[in-house]
Design a binder for this molecule. Structure first.
Ligand code: ZN
Length: 293
């Protein structure tokens, strides 16, 4: 956590780069290192990855196999998502539900790199591209939090995603999270996440700021490193409370009328803006990163 602060300096890609205040010029590097803090229990070894939108439609993403704790600018790969997303439904002209085989998808992943980039992008690159695009947020973090996986590997996952326990959970993560069944990582998972976010937007009228992946982990989306990390940590906190409440007879969720009340309060929208979280965003595509200023 010590790599990010609340100040409002801007990073290289236009996202509020609080990290600059403490000498870390790159907000994506700051986010990766902060998320790797062992005390948070979000990732271990090579788990997790993150991405940030560039000013010209590019996406910078952590390299395959990179440890978040060791992240530096040399461990980031720049790609062009526009060359990847149309392939989620398979090669042009293929039947609906088709998908590229693993070798073809890996080749496409390498081919979408910006010239001069040599490292291999994370296998979850398309996941970040989809969440950034369909949640309208320039910064995304994917982690495998231990406490959260206890819930996502249990029958409690659906209710956990759909309901809320705490007022600040609504402020940081919206009135509901998007839950995706277990799907093999890669193109198929990115497609499943895209379809789940679309369904969530249709149902709730807003894009989710948190996407939960059954038996896998989560992705948080936002406009600042601090906002993305806070949405992640609040989700983990709610999972820990869910488990603790289960031992005492089961969680009592907030009444939906009170959830809706928090969601509609102007002062809470103001807090969200200050916190840099994307909960409650209108269902548009990814904004120009400059708009996050
Ligand atoms: Zn993962």
């Amino acid at each position: 956590m010590e790599h990010v602060t609340e100040a409002g300096a801007r990073g290289a890609s236009g996202v509020r780069g609080e990290a600059e205040v403490r000498g870390e010029a790159d907000p994506l590097v700051a986010l990766c290192r902060a998320a790797a803090d062992p005390a948070l229990g979000l990732v271990l070894a090579g788990e997790g990855n993150a991405a940030i939108a560039g000013p010209d439609g590019t996406l910078r993403v952590t390299a395959s196999g990179a440890r978040l704790a060791d992240c530096d600018p040399s461990a980031l790969v720049e790609v062009r998502p526009a060359e990847l997303l149309p392939l989620l439904d398979g090669p042009p002209g293929s039947p609906p539900g088709d998908a590229l085989d693993d070798a073809s998808w890996a080749a496409r992943l390498l081919a979408c790199r910006v010239e001069g980039t040599s490292a291999r992008p994370s296998v979850e690159t398309a996941l970040h591209a989809v969440v950034g695009e369909f949640c309208g947020a320039p910064l995304t973090l994917h982690t495998h939090p231990t406490a959260l996986l206890g819930v996502l590997c249990s029958p409690a996952a659906e209710e956990f995603a759909r309901r809320r326990l705490l007022p600040d959970q609504i402020v940081l993560t919206g009135t509901a999270s998007c839950l995706v069944p277990y799907v093999d990582p890669g193109a198929r998972l990115a497609r499943a996440v895209r379809d789940a976010i679309t369904a969530h937007r249709d149902e709730h009228g807003t894009a989710p700021s948190v996407v939960l992946l059954r038996n896998h982990g989560m992705i948080a989306a936002g406009s600042t490193p601090r906002g993305v990390l806070d949405a992640t940590l609040m989700t983990v906190k709610a999972a820990a409370i869910t488990a603790a409440a289960a031992a005492l007879g089961g969680p009592r969720f907030m009444p939906q009328s009170e959830v809706d009340r928090i969601e509609s309060r102007d002062d809470e929208h103001y807090r969200r803006m200050l916190l840099g979280v994307s909960a409650g965003q209108p269902p548009h595509g990814r904004p120009d990163p400059a708009s996050a200023r």
